[in-house]
Write a protein of this length. Structure first.
Length: 139
């Protein structure tokens, strides 16, 4: 996100101890977490925590994904939104739009990992531990 129009996309300023800090909002946190899962405690922690976000701006999320323009990240975000579609009020049209940016052939969500379960709509091979994540009524 080094280009000027994207650099501050999804960032927020919050006051903490009389200092103004710049943080990532939930949309950017989700994308950055899928980009570098080790920095957010791993994929399970990311999905579990992000599933508890109060809201997600789906259009901002798509803008952030456009800036990166990485098929794996589109697929991961699409898979996540599909799993938590009721919580974030995700319309089928948004998921359909996201599938156009997914990998053409199955790819692993985590680099250097083998084995897992294919999420066919997203052409994404997920670790088995993630397959059970979703909204409480979907588990």
């Amino acid at each position: 996100m080094r280009t000027a129009p994207c650099r501050n996309l999804g960032l927020r300023r919050v006051e903490y101890r009389k200092k103004l800090l710049q943080t990532t909002g939930p949309e950017r946190t989700l994308v950055e977490g899928f980009r570098r899962p080790a920095e957010v405690g791993g994929l399970q922690e990311l999905v579990n925590s992000a599933g508890g976000f109060a809201v997600l701006d789906l259009y901002l999320l798509q803008e952030i994904l456009h800036c990166y323009d990485v098929a794996n990240m589109w697929a991961a975000a699409g898979w996540f939104l599909e799993r938590f579609r009721q919580s974030f009020h995700v319309a089928e049209e948004i998921l359909d739009q996201m599938t156009h940016h997914c990998p053409r052939a199955p790819q692993y969500l985590e680099r250097n990992r083998r084995g897992g379960v294919l999420a066919s709509r997203w052409n994404l091979l997920l670790p088995k531990e993630l397959v059970s994540f979703g909204e409480p009524d979907e588990r």
